[in-house]
Design a binder for this molecule. Structure first.
Ligand code: PXP
Length: 241
């Protein structure tokens, strides 16, 4: 299983003073030293954290695959085609949200997503769709032509009771099963922290975890390399049992 580390929050800290520190590209290098198998950044329409310079720089600098999260807009597709990250994860984007709030509405946006996937494929970029753990949405993602799905784990992570967490884990397991049947590569992410990652990491058919806030929060206190290494160890342990 791979761990792709999202460094958006480092850019958020930089933007607090509109200066050049701390640099998310430097954070990405330290995350790689800690064992990150990939780096993820979300280029938002309003450039509230990651900006075009970060994307261009990390595209040239990184020695691990870069996953670009973005909305399926003409501007972003153009940006991805010109910078060619290894992978694009298409996500819904609302201006007012603090973070991505849920999976894509693949039914309502099917044609737009299909066109985006086609254009990104033409540029040789793998495409993942960020979806809720719903077998129907996974079937539609397959019809749209996605290579991968990233299953939204936010509802599991934010469950207020153990029972709700268990039920959502079942939904995730059912969705994973559907994606396996369809031959899609399966990622998962959102809201994963050190205390809740193992149940998701233990689902064998998931091949990649995409984690930002949990690792960045710990990195502030213990350092980036150490924070990534601790998360990698938990993922490794989950696969040993
Ligand atoms: N996956 C997707 C599609 C996201 O939008 C985000 C947040 O940027 C993440 C994973 C990481 O979520 P978190 O920061 O809660 O770990």
């Amino acid at each position: 299983m791979i761990l792709s580390v999202n460094v958006d929050h480092v850019a958020t800290l930089r933007q607090a003073r509109l200066g050049s520190d701390p640099d998310p590209a430097a954070a990405a290098i330290l995350a790689i030293l800690g064992g990150a198998d990939g780096i993820t950044i979300h280029l938002r329409e309003d450039r509230r954290h990651i900006n075009d310079r970060d994307l261009d720089l990390m595209r040239r600098l990184l020695t691990v695959p870069l996953n670009l999260e973005m909305a399926a807009t003409d501007e972003m597709i153009e940006k991805a085609v010109s910078t060619r990250p290894e992978m694009v994860t298409l996500v819904p984007e609302k201006r007012q949200e603090l973070t991505t709030e849920g999976g894509l509405d693949v039914m309502a946006n099917g044609q737009r997503l299909k066109d985006a996937v086609t254009q990104l494929h033409k540029a040789g970029i793998e495409v993942s769709l960020f979806v809720n753990p719903s077998p129907e949405d996974i079937e539609i993602s397959n019809i749209i032509g996605a290579d991968r799905v990233e299953i939204h784990t936010g509802t599991y992570a934010n469950a207020s009771t153990a029972l709700m967490a268990r039920q959502e884990l079942e939904n995730i397991t059912t969705a994973v099963q559907k994606a396996v049947e369809l031959g899609l590569t399966i990622n998962a992410g959102h809201g994963l922290h050190y205390h809740n990652v193992k149940a998701i990491a233990g689902i064998r058919s998931i091949s990649g975890l995409y984690i930002g806030h949990g690792i960045m929060s710990r990195a502030v206190l213990v350092g980036m390399e150490q924070a990534v290494r601790q998360m990698k160890n938990l993922i490794f342990e989950a696969r040993q049992t």
